[in-house]
Ligand binder design. Structure first.
Ligand code: NAP
Length: 285
């Protein structure tokens, strides 16, 4: 394989383009705005770019990197120019909704999700090596061609990502816990802090906020469309996670109201061990 297409030249499309070009592929890009196409060429994210989807006709594999709601419409735009052997793969952060919309349109489709991001979006935020040492999840269905899965997997490994496979439903359930719930929690944290009614105290809090608050507020302070997309396209799983979180927060409130310090300590002891399971000390970022 020598020619790869990218549809949607934003943060993830731009990052993929930079990496794939540096690995010797010819990368062709399509985006909605001509200005984005021009910038993608000058940044070196693609060799050539156009708003015309026919540019991607020679690509053997096409990465769909638009926002979730534009993925199926992108496939429809591409259909007249695809060879049956063309592999389509996406990078959407939710998988079941994408699979339901795209598999009926193109069976040679490998649903996937590179699990790396930044607080900013857009092409200007793209950089090399965003996917290094990050999970890249492939979520095939029964009809996904094995040879196409293997090709997407090989590309993900060439980006030095850790490749995993699971069903779209399990992906959405797992990311509700570790990606979507944190955004809702972190956003609520920021909103709660800003409800401080004394402006002097709030000003002081702005000045005193340090590394702990930086870490816990990071994902809630990202661009708004991402959080809405998570809630909209993974609504059921996000709600289940939020209900469980609300129960834990209530337990915490109860312990503090009742001055149950030993109970609170037991909770923190448990959560310290749980964090070690997510991020063993030798494997922390
Ligand atoms: P982004 O930076 O906003 O880029 C999306 C790009 O898609 C925009 O630059 C836009 O290009 C183009 N686009 C939007 N609507 C389009 C349409 N209707 N037709 C053609 N192009 C269109 O978004 P992103 O963060 O890269 O996210 C892209 C995908 O990656 C999403 O599906 C998201 O779920 C997934 N993802 C995001 C992250 C993350 O942290 N950001 C991580 C992993 C996966 P123009 O400038 O030409 O309008």
């Amino acid at each position: 394989m020598s020619t790869i297409g990218i549809f949607g030249l934003g943060l993830i499309g731009g990052c993929l383009g930079l990496d794939l070009r540096s690995r010797g592929y010819q990368v062709l890009g399509v985006s909605r705005r001509q200005d984005t196409c021009d910038r993608a060429v000058s940044l070196g994210a693609v060799d050539r770019a156009s708003v015309d989807p026919s540019l991607l006709a020679p690509a053997e594999m096409i990465f769909l990197c638009t926002p979730i709601e534009a993925i199926a419409p992108a496939v429809k735009q591409l259909l007249p120019f695809l060879d049956p052997k063309t592999i389509l793969t996406d990078v959407g952060s939710v998988k079941q909704a994408v699979v339901d919309a795209v598999v009926p349109l193109w069976s040679n489709f490998v649903p996937a999700h590179p699990m790396a991001g930044k607080a900013e979006n857009g092409l200007q935020a793209s950089q090399k090596d965003l996917f290094v040492d990050r999970p890249y999840v492939i979520t095939p269905v029964a009809s996904t061609p094995a040879a196409s899965i293997a090709k997407v997997e090989a590309i993900a490994r060439s980006l030095r990502s850790w490749v995993y496979q699971c069903s779209p439903a399990n992906h959405d359930r797992a990311v509700a816990w570790i990606s979507h719930l944190p955004v809702m929690v972190s956003a609520s944290l920021l909103a709660a802090c800003s409800s401080e009614s004394d402006s002097q105290v709030l000003d002081l809090a702005y000045k005193l906020a340090s590394s702990g608050f930086y870490d816990t507020s990071r994902v809630g302070g990202g661009y708004p469309e991402l959080g809405v997309m998570m809630a909209k396209y993974n609504q059921h799983q996000v709600l289940q996670a939020l209900y469980a979180y609300r129960d834990r927060l209530n337990n915490c409130i109860e312990s503090i109201e009742q001055a149950n310090w030993s109970g609170l300590e037991a909770t923190f002891e448990e959560t310290r061990q749980i964090r070690d399971r997510f991020f063993p000390p030798e494997n922390r970022y």
